[in-house]
Design a protein around this ligand. Sequence first.
Ligand SMILES: O=C1C[C@@](O)(C(=O)O)C[C@@H](O)[C@@H]1O
Length: 182
Amino acid sequence: MISQNVDSVAVPYDTRPGWWRVVRALAATLGGVADTADTLLLLHGPNLNLLGEREPHIYGTDTLDDYVAFATASAAEHGLDVEAHQSNFEGELIQHIHAARNRCAAIVINPGAFTHYAWAIHDALAAFDGPIVEVHISNPNSREPWRHTSVVAPVATGSITGFGKQGYDLAVRAVAASLAAR
Ligand SMILES: O=C1C[C@@](O)(C(=O)O)C[C@@H](O)[C@@H]1O
């Protein structure tokens, strides 16, 4: 299997801040807007489907499903749904980023090795209007020199590296704070 899609998980809408519920309820009443939670797109790039088996001394033993479940639980605390995809193909990740435009509130992305050279992912993210958090399980800056460059960082709202699975909770919190500040 070359691409893994993880179904989005609905969370109770009433976990959102009170003012937001009032705004959305008003919009739903006046304009027929669907009363749904905002969606966070969670993207994983190449080789991250092998989490749990791949270089466990660097990436630990949690699987990709564990990471997605962890991020989804964290997002639920902030009233966000998660739509998660993993792909080993740059173009497929780009398609997911395009599909998120005007639909998803924010993106959390671990681009894997694409981080270091995939300018097309940079450009796709640049065309997304919402908070973007780049997350890495390891700290690429403390590893081989070729990992020290991120072509994603310039178009990300911020980057979180080196905190393992905990970094995904930090990323979700950062997204929630960015959305609340808008
Ligand atoms: O595949 C990966 C994983 C990674 O993105 C991380 O999460 O630490 C770091 C990248 O340099 C590497 O190519």
